[in-house]
Write a protein that binds this ligand. Structure first.
Ligand code: DCP
Ligand code: MG
Length: 481
């Protein structure tokens, strides 16, 4: 392992919500929730002001509204998030060729490989400068962790949140990790966490004390070995420059085979939600939903269902996974379950409109995922104005939809550089009002990749998402709902 804290982990603070606050001056310092706003919508993220009320990612939006009724509820604007992400990743690439993006707002950087740091002091300097550069280029804050390994760098950035920098001095890793819960370590999910707790192990220190032999006995060779190394803060994983993500998937192995069919169903729903969380975190959506089941006798099968269009909607993924499960015989028990999404696409506006249309249609899960379904819908007399959406008025200029209903739409006229703006209400079909493109967060010398263009292709696809199932996907049944 290297001896200098030259692995950097960056994670932007409340990313989607911060972009919204930067765009909309009236929301700065306020509770902001970004997510699906329909009856089955889920929170993508919440500003730190909204988190005080207990609102968090993956929570049903309806529940968030009960906790934080006065927060601003906005639909996501993925095109803008993606372009901001590209700006940030661009700054990381100035530090090193070894940049490993984990999602739109998160990446590892090997500073040493880029020659931008070689010891603690130069690493801290590079991290501080990066945070300042990100702020100047995007107006946003990101938190930085610096350590001699990926594991510690990521833990450090979490500790630095929000808007901070934490450097873990080499040699202090074990003392830092010791009191932390085992779940802090990569690869320790709820199943492993439960298993360890039953063996009386709750902290990393206890894990280290248990020793490798005991952990191998408890968790099996591969997992036990890996975990005992992590507990001793030994993490040799290199920063790997971007690879292509072919699928996003999550899986859990159960200590005891699950026999109860209802419980299997519940686990699959839970995995579907987690999978969508990762998908969204990576700024992706996908067309094919995959269910993986390993049975008591280790026979493993995958089943998949391909939708007509990409989705990132938890309800759609949940329902597809449940349908796939119906066709699987689980008598005898299940050892492992997984849910994945492949056929990935970047988020597109069309997906979102499809979702909104689906939510209005309420009840047809497939329609939510299918862009074509929108085109087929009869022209409604009312245009669809969604909270948070960018608009332009012929007379009043740029603004965003604050709310709509009963044939009216309320618009707040402000831009990233203006003071908080005034609100005006129009008829929903006002010919002077039209949807607009997002404005850049920071005006600037017309440089490189400053514009918020939806057409821009991301130069990188997030890497090191869960391992691909592509090898097990060949030749299986594909159904078209
Ligand atoms: N995201 C999502 N659905 C989830 C989790 C995340 O859509 N279940 C999106 C919204 C987040 C972005 O991914 O803004 C980045 O995810 P993070 O986990 O980094 O969360 P935040 O950046 O919002 O907050 P933090 O300051 O805790 O990093
Ligand atoms: Mg973040």
């Amino acid at each position: 392992m290297r001896t200098a804290p030259t692995i950097l982990h960056l994670d932007m603070d409340a990313f989607f919500a911060s972009v919204e606050q930067a765009s909309k001056p009236s929301l700065r310092g306020k509770a902001v929730v970004v997510g699906g706003l329909g009856p089955r919508g889920v929170v993508a993220t919440a500003s730190y002001e909204a988190r005080i009320f207990g609102v968090h990612s993956a929570m049903p939006t309806a529940q968030a509204r009960r906790l934080a009724p006065h927060a601003a509820y906005l639909v996501p604007r993925f095109g803008l998030y993606r372009s901001v992400s590209e700006q940030v990743m661009g700054l990381l690439r100035e530090l090193s060729p070894l940049v490993e993006p984990l999602s739109l707002d998160e990446a590892f950087v090997d500073l040493e490989a880029g020659g931008s740091a070689w010891d603690g002091e130069s690493a801290r300097l590079a991290g501080s400068k990066l945070r300042a550069d990100i702020r100047a280029a995007t107006g946003l804050t990101g938190s930085v962790g610096l350590a001699a390994s990926k594991m510690l760098a990521k833990i450090a950035s979490e500790q630095a949140k929000p808007d901070g920098l934490v450097l873990v001095e080499p040699g202090t890793e074990q003392a830092l990790l010791g009191p932390m819960p085992v779940r802090t370590l990569p690869g320790v999910g709820p199943a492993t966490g439960d298993h360890l707790r039953r063996a009386g192990i709750t902290t990393v220190e206890e894990l280290a004390e248990a020793g490798e032999d005991e952990l191998v006995r408890l968790l099996g060779k591969a997992h036990g070995h890996a975990l005992s190394a992590m507990a001793l803060a030994r993490d040799q994983r290199p920063v790997v420059a971007e690879r292509e993500t072919k699928s996003v998937s999550v899986e859990d192995t159960y200590d005891v085979d699950i026999h109860d069919r209802v419980r299997v169903g519940i686990e699959v729903q839970r995995l579907a939600d987690r999978c969508v969380g990762r998908l969204r975190g990576a700024g992706l959506s996908g067309r094919t939903i995959v269910l993986k089941v390993r049975r008591y006798d280790f026979s493993t099968l995958t089943r998949s269902e391909t939708l007509r269009g990409p989705t990132d909607d938890p309800a759609v993924v949940r329902e597809a996974a449940a349908r796939l499960l119906e066709a699987v015989d689980t008598t005898g028990g299940v050892r492992l379950l997984g849910v994945g999404v492949t056929g990935l696409a970047d988020y597109t506006q069309e997906d979102l409109f499809a979702q909104a249309a689906g939510e209005r249609a309420a009840g047809d899960p497939v329609a939510e995922a299918v862009p074509e379904a929108v085109a087929e819908q009869p022209e409604t007399t009312e245009r669809l104005w969604r909270a948070g959406q960018d608009v332009r008025h012929a007379e009043h200029g740029y603004g965003w939809v604050q709310g709509s209903g009963l044939g009216r739409v309320t618009v707040r006229f402000e831009t990233p550089q203006s003071d908080p703006g005034r609100v005006r209400t129009f008829r929903g079909d006002d010919p002077d009002l039209e949807p607009a493109d997002p404005l850049p967060l920071v005006p600037g010398p017309p440089e490189r990749d400053c514009a918020a263009s939806d057409g821009a292709q991301p130069s990188s696809v997030p890497a090191s998402l869960p391992k691909s199932w592509s090898e097990s996907l060949g030749g299986e049944a594909t159904s078209r709902p």
